[in-house]
Design a protein around this ligand. Sequence first.
Ligand SMILES: C[S@@+](CC[C@H](N)C(=O)[O-])C[C@H]1O[C@@H](n2cnc3c(N)ncnc32)[C@H](O)[C@@H]1O
Length: 255
Amino acid sequence: MGIDALLSDPGYNLQSIHHLGWRDMRRLIGPFAPTDPVWGVLHRLRGRRVVRRKEVVETLFVLERLAPELARARTVCEVGAGHGMVGLFAAVLFPALSRVDQLDRRRPDSWDRIRELLAPAHLRVKTAVRYRELRLDRVDGIAPADLVVGVHLCGGLTDTVAELARRQGAAFAVVPCCESRALLAGEDGLPPRKGHGDPEPAVNAARVARWRAWGYDVEERALPARVTDRGRVFVASPAPARREFEPPLAPRAGL
Ligand SMILES: C[S@@+](CC[C@H](N)C(=O)[O-])C[C@H]1O[C@@H](n2cnc3c(N)ncnc32)[C@H](O)[C@@H]1O
């Protein structure tokens, strides 16, 4: 996709939460040819006061960082989907995806509006994508998918999602956020009461160790600091031995 071109204008604030407008379009699409699918997506959304610049740019980087996995996947489940741009853009930019399930406790109106803007040029956002409202912390399983993706999963939601992916032996990719000290179990199994500084490094180090102990290969990729300050992308795939010889753990109740 050559998405790093979005960083080419050094004075341009990619973290702005203003709606994506016509002026942004001129600065963002410069490096892209009109035949590029990214150009097409940005043009469908321009100036409609539906999506915010930061979220659009961040979504494009997330998809680029996950491109190897998305190119191989046929089914994706986006969890904690919010506006749903990751799943909707994935359906457009990775046409081999036959199904994208999006899950969140609440489906915002913005999802319908984004989908309606994309649909005239990309009917797949209607045929391949479905959004379901559910509480991830209250289900025993999610629909099988080749890749489970969650961006900015607050606090313990990252752990809930990793556990749901593990139950079906699926690969997962998460961008955690809002780490708190309460997520760190001490030697007594209780969260530490005291501590200084940002607990993020310790919380995510413990997670990576746990996922590796499950038999997952875990790789870290980064979103550009200019786009977000919560840009750690963890990609966890069942290790080859497990993929070949062990059946996935069956979910107790599926969707
Ligand atoms: C910080 S937002 C991220 C949204 C989107 N992924 C993004 O990056 O813009 C976290 C999302 O997780 C959802 N969420 C939080 N707890 C949840 C739960 N227990 N079950 C389902 N969705 C949940 C929220 O509704 C929200 O849309």
